[in-house]
Design a protein around this ligand. Sequence first.
Ligand SMILES: [Zn+2]
Length: 54
Amino acid sequence: MYCPKCDKTVDDSKFEEISEMLSRIGNTLLKNGKCPVCSTDLIKPPVRGDAGST
Ligand SMILES: [Zn+2]
């Protein structure tokens, strides 16, 4: 997932781990699909164009 405001990407493989960790300290924003820093709705990360079109 990607935060357009912070310009940060959260890896899908780390997403659960990080959201779990944050919810343990009372930050459920990431769990709800929002950026834990600025609470902006996270979007899918920009695709780099090699997602199987060849
Ligand atoms: Zn953010």
